[in-house]
Design a protein around this ligand. Sequence first.
Ligand code: HEM
Length: 130
Amino acid sequence: MRSRPVIPIIGRRVTVPWRLGQYVVPAGTPISMSVLLVHHREDLYPEPFEFRPERWLGRTPTTYEWIPFGGGTRRCLGAALAMAEQRVVLEAMTTRLELEADRPEPERALHRNVTMIPARGARAIVRARD
Ligand code: HEM
């Protein structure tokens, strides 16, 4: 959800004149925020392109550095459900199955509509655990 956020970009329309750093944005302007780029900021995530799940150990990300569900008043309504589902499904899978990627090299991401998905469908060799 950090390195391959399902939704890489979210959008808003500015309703009042707004300033972000050196940029002044007039009311009515559509703007996009890149979840993907925030999640790959070197200052927030050293070696951002490395998959290192242990980087989360003992650390909770702050509001604006981990935003797979967007943010503010239009943040994803299903975020808590999605996280709960992941905990249940991933735990059930990892306790019962051994998963191995079908190819050793990293799989590229592909855009489909507004989402980002594994380009080859995340194919895996699946074995039941003893
Ligand atoms: C891993 C799973 C999911 C991801 C990564 C995800 C991500 C997102 C993102 C990025 C947005 C846009 C938020 C923004 O603009 O700030 C969104 C909106 C939304 N999501 Fe999800 N979502 C997930 C699962 C779900 C589920 C399970 C539900 C419902 C059961 C759901 C319902 C919604 C709704 C209703 C909105 C629109 C909220 C609004 O515009 O006020 N999402 N989601």
